[in-house]
Design a protein around this ligand. Structure first.
Ligand SMILES: [Zn+2]
Ligand SMILES: [Zn+2]
Length: 728
């Protein structure tokens, strides 16, 4: 018999091996094998099975499978189907998708379960002589019902030697036992009971279980109690003997989030998270595969969790961009969830207070079911929102520099006096890449695409990342003629310094990529703020997500324009989402909340709608813009990446491919080849081509044709990002 194996080489190719006779009965699709490859042994998954060597024309040419590393398949037929279809859709080698679907800690050679000595009391066969001390230890072990040897030694103040002696006397049994390393261990979690649902929540829960197989989009304002709906839907799925996956954005996957699920479902919950130790990840994954854990909570990779008989997938905060993986394989976990739901006939629930326009459009067109929650489930009301136009601020006595308006400073002072807390938010994502006028707040836009140019430092020019066109950096603002045009936004450190100047006595915590690079400091900072060890928390979008601070009554958005002006066609959408999310942080408990948004674009539809918490108006206007400009969700936009350590090689290939794609994809819009905004990173020169059109498959066909037409040099690295989120 012959089997075909996927080995992790990213060649998009399966290798055939012959199966030794004694292995034939044990071998199954989806298993992990050890096979000879070149001069070494390699690991690989069996994807195809059957046929004989003679018929395949392989006689005498094939090497034999070395051994089966694990008889339980890693991939069920349904999961393999998911991997195949995803690999085809995003044009990623199947091996790379297989690899992404299993935690590295599980595949690491030598990874194995942990076994520890376990001690159980037993009844001695005959009268034995024991000391008083041994009798006491024996009584304690009986009382505890047994325990791990290392723990008992500590708790009962004894030694392994004493315990072994007692074992020889037949008082206790000592044997190795598998110990599951769990991130939830040693945490006291109080069980929780289902809460009474309000009518809106009940309606949403009922909709999960209507007979329709469509995904359900739950559009619920912050604090509307979406998690309780998920919990009760999971409970019902478990009752039916099925399993569930809950996806949460990495940044919101805090111990508090995990605890809410563990409190309801106990050790039936497994967590997959990048912050786990290798041992914990190994054990959690195996608890899922064996069916011991039936509820999986995790970030985007959890979509591949080996849950059998899957009944429900929840994608919380479905609009979150962290669901899109920006490395190969570049998949979007929300879309994979929907695909998996279709394949396994599992219900998919997408939840958000600010749904993505992709999902919302699917709801409008009837592709998805849709339900709204417009009331808060707990205490608290929606906050009062005020827009402050920074353009009108010029005559102010402005000790906060250009960063803080008088209104915001007064509101902060007020909170300090009342001993309430403030969150100040600087929605700045990475480098500010657009060119913004400090006087009028306008950006410099491409004439052809009406889209902000991206600043390229390397050759001092502005490039349009939609069409590839470029201009030299202008001296003056094209709108107002001002010479104060800048490439950099305000940083959190500058904002902190200006704030300390205004309020020397206030206790300020700063949270950004710099202050949280230490492990746990993210939790430490939030913990300190929750305990009211600080008055003001100043940070980036890290603080915008799902955290409840009962004493926060003021949220300030320092500069809404920084995200609005990004050279990204989703900039308005992201700005709306960020403002709505941060606004949700104010007034979640009994105290009323206030939100102040500073902007130079107070008339912009996204800012106005965000200030009014009006998702539908925003969505209607923004969808019209996208349709008009042929942008997603009305089109599919993909980016071809070409990089090399040899700049000329990368450029030449990118240009050649841009020409070829323009010829092959006549009904599509294909940009010129252009350098990426960060043209050189880690010694690699990066070029890109943007392709957009009504469908994906012709693009994939053209891409595969390009790969086959001319051998790509080894020193060139090429990839395609289908349905790309990042154009920079
Ligand atoms: Zn201007
Ligand atoms: Zn353009």
């Amino acid at each position: 018999m012959v089997c075909k194996v996927a080995i992790d080489l990213a060649l998009d190719k399966l290798f055939a091996y012959s199966v030794p006779g004694d292995m034939e009965k044990k071998l199954a699709i989806g298993q992990l094998l050890s096979v000879p490859f070149g001069r070494r042994m390699a690991q690989g998954f069996v994807l195809e099975l059957g046929g004989d060597e003679e018929a395949g024309g392989f006689t005498g040419k094939l090497k034999s499978v070395d051994r089966i590393l694990d008889e339980v398949p890693f991939f069920s037929p349904a999961l393999l189907e998911l991997v195949r279809r995803l690999s085809a859709y995003i044009a990623a080698p199947i091996e790379s998708v297989l690899k992404a679907a299993v935690p590295a800690a599980v595949l690491k050679p030598g990874a194995k379960p942990k076994e520890l000595m376990f001690i159980a009391p037993s009844l001695p066969a005959k009268e034995v002589e024991i000391t008083k001390r041994q009798q006491w230890i024996y009584d304690q072990i009986v009382r505890l019902g047994g325990g791990w040897m290392n723990q008992l030694c500590v708790e009962l103040d004894t030694t392994p030697a004493t315990l072994k002696l007692m074992g020889q006397k037949g008082l206790i049994q000592i044997a190795p036992r598998r110990k599951f390393r769990s991130p939830l261990m040693n945490r006291r979690i109080l069980p929780s009971k289902p809460m009474r649902l309000n009518p809106g929540q009940q309606r949403a829960l009922d909709r999960v279980f209507v007979s329709s197989t469509k995904p359900l989009l739950v559009n619920g304002i912050t604090g509307s109690g979406k998690t309780e709906i998920y919990l009760q839907a999971i409970a019902r799925v478990l009752e039916e003997g099925k399993g569930a996956i809950v996806m949460v954005p990495e940044i919101a996957l805090t111990p508090q989030t995990v605890q809410r699920f563990a409190a309801r479902f106990g050790d039936r919950v497994a967590v997959l998270h990048s912050a786990l130790s290798d041992g914990e990840r190994y054990d959690e994954w195996h608890r899922i595969r064996s069916g011991k854990a039936r509820v999986v909570v995790g970030p985007r990779s959890a979509v591949f969790a080996p849950v059998n008989n899957l009944g429900l997938i929840v994608v919380d905060e479905e609009h979150e961009h962290s669901y899109k993986q920006e490395d190969n394989p570049r998949y979007h976990a929300r879309d994979v969830a929907v695909l998996r739901g279709t394949i396994e006939n599992a219900k998919v629930v997408l939840g958000s207070a600010t749904p993505s326009l992709e999902s919302y459009r699917n709801a409008i067109t009837g592709k998805y079911d849709y339900v709204e929650l417009s009331e808060r489930a707990g205490p608290g009301t929606l906050p009062q929102t005020m827009l402050v136009d920074l353009n009108a601020r010029d005559g102010d006595d402005n000790r906060g520099g250009s960063i803080y308006s008088r209104e915001l400073l007064e509101a902060v002072r007020d909170r300090l006096a009342r001993s309430e807390q403030t969150i100040l938010f600087l929605n700045r994502r990475g480098y500010s890449r657009s060119v913004t006028c400090e006087d009028c707040g306008g950006t410099v836009d491409c004439d052809r695409c009406d889209f902000p140019y991206t600043y390229h430092r390397a050759d001092q020019c502005l490039r349009c990342h939609l069409c590839g066109g470029w201009i030299p950096v202008p001296r003056n603002c094209p709108h107002c003629g001002s010479s104060k045009i800048s490439y950099r936004g305000i940083g959190t450190q500058r904002a902190e310094a200006a704030l300390s100047k205004c309020f020397p006595k206030a206790r300020i915590l700063r949270m950004d990529a710099d202050s949280t690079s230490r492990k746990h400091s993210h939790d430490d900072i939030l913990g300190a703020f929750r305990r009211h060890e600080a008055d003001i928390l100043l940070g980036t979008q890290m603080i915008a997500k799902g955290l409840d601070f009962p004493n926060v009554t003021l949220v300030g958005v320092l500069n809404a324009d920084q995200s609005l002006n990004m050279p990204d066609f989703r900039a308005a959408e992201r700005t709306f989402q960020l403002i709505a999310q941060v606004s949700g942080r104010a007034g979640r408990a009994e105290l009323p909340g206030e939100v102040i948004i500073q902007t130079r674009n107070s008339a912009h539809p996204a800012i106005k709608a965000a200030a009014a918490c009006d998702f539908k108006t925003f969505a209607r206007q923004e969808l019209a813009v996208r349709e008009e400009e042929n942008l997603p969700p009305y089109t599919h936009l993909s980016v071809v990446h070409v990089k090399s350590q040899d700049r000329e090689l990368a450029q030449a290939w990118a240009e050649m491919w841009a020409d070829a794609l323009k010829k092959a994809l006549k009904t599509f819009s294909v940009s010129d080849a252009m350098p990426s905004a960060i043209e050189r990173a880690d010694g690699w020169y990066r070029y890109q081509i943007v392709v957009s059109g009504l469908s994906v498959s012709p693009v994939i066909a053209a891409w595969k044709w390009l790969l086959g037409a001319k051998r790509v040099p080894q020193s060139l690295n090429v990839a395609i990002d289908v349905d790309a989120y990042n154009l920079i």
